[in-house]
Write a protein that binds this ligand. Structure first.
Ligand code: HEC
Length: 197
């Protein structure tokens, strides 16, 4: 019986240590975010960021429906329900392509493609792992409008650059289907409604 208060006390001390530990961990996680400077690359981007409800390559193939299954008639006719558009045949749409650009590229290359995205200050930071080990900060992402006009003037060459990536620039061949990459490159070159206008 005499040990009872001591037990309670140590239980509370342990609880307190656990809660304090969890709070510290969560604040570290919150400040680290998805972009960090402290790793091998000037910034670390996680491909998991690209998992979205719209792109389900991460899911296993689905089972075919049972042979005797019927279409639920009140929702629509079978033609409409089974008529899933083939992405490979879709035409270039600046709105779709512009969204793809903003989601995948603007964080580094900027909303207008000028190379002034939100992640740039981390990429060029003089306290990044890259800067401290190489002696010089990493270069900022290039201006894509200028690139399309003067350096990567051929769309196919730009598509293959974006597909294979570089040091900081992720290899988008692992993140997006080819038709999305083509759409984005068309959007960069588009001088009527896209980035180059
Ligand atoms: C994490 C930041 C980042 C993201 C996201 C990113 N880029 Fe880049 N990009 C760079 C950097 C930095 C370079 C310079 C090459 C290097 O050092 O990696 C570059 C280079 C390029 C180049 C070569 C331009 C030239 O003239 O040298 C093209 C084209 C390009 N990016 C297109 C894109 C497209 C399209 C997307 C979206 C699908 C994209 N980038 C997403 C950082 C990024």
């Amino acid at each position: 019986m005499t040990a009872f208060p001591a037990n309670i006390k140590s239980m509370f001390t342990r609880r307190f240590a656990l809660v304090a530990g969890l709070l510290m961990l969560s604040s570290v996680a919150a400040s680290a975010c998805a972009v960090q400077e402290s790793n091998t690359y000037p910034v670390e981007l996680f491909s998991e960021m690209h998992y979205s409800q719209a792109y389900k390559a991460q899911e296993p193939p689905r089972l075919a429906p049972p042979a005797e299954a019927v279409v639920f008639a009140s929702i629509g006719d079978p033609e409409q329900i089974l008529n899933v558009p083939d992405k490979r045949e879709r035409a270039y749409d600046p709105v779709v392509a512009g969204n793809l650009y903003q989601v995948n590229c603007a964080v580094c290359h900027g909303v207008g493609g000028k190379g002034d995205g939100k992640a740039v200050r981390h990429i060029i930071s003089s306290s990044s792992f890259y800067a401290t080990t190489q002696g010089v900060p990493y270069a900022a992402p290039p201006d894509l409008v200028n690139s399309a006009a003067t350096r990567l003037t051929d769309r196919d060459i730009m598509v293959s650059f974006v597909t294979s990536g570089a040091v900081v620039m992720p290899a988008f061949g692992k993140l997006l289907p080819e038709e999305d990459i083509r759409d984005i490159v068309n959007y960069i070159f588009d001088d009527a409604t896209g980035l180059s206008k």
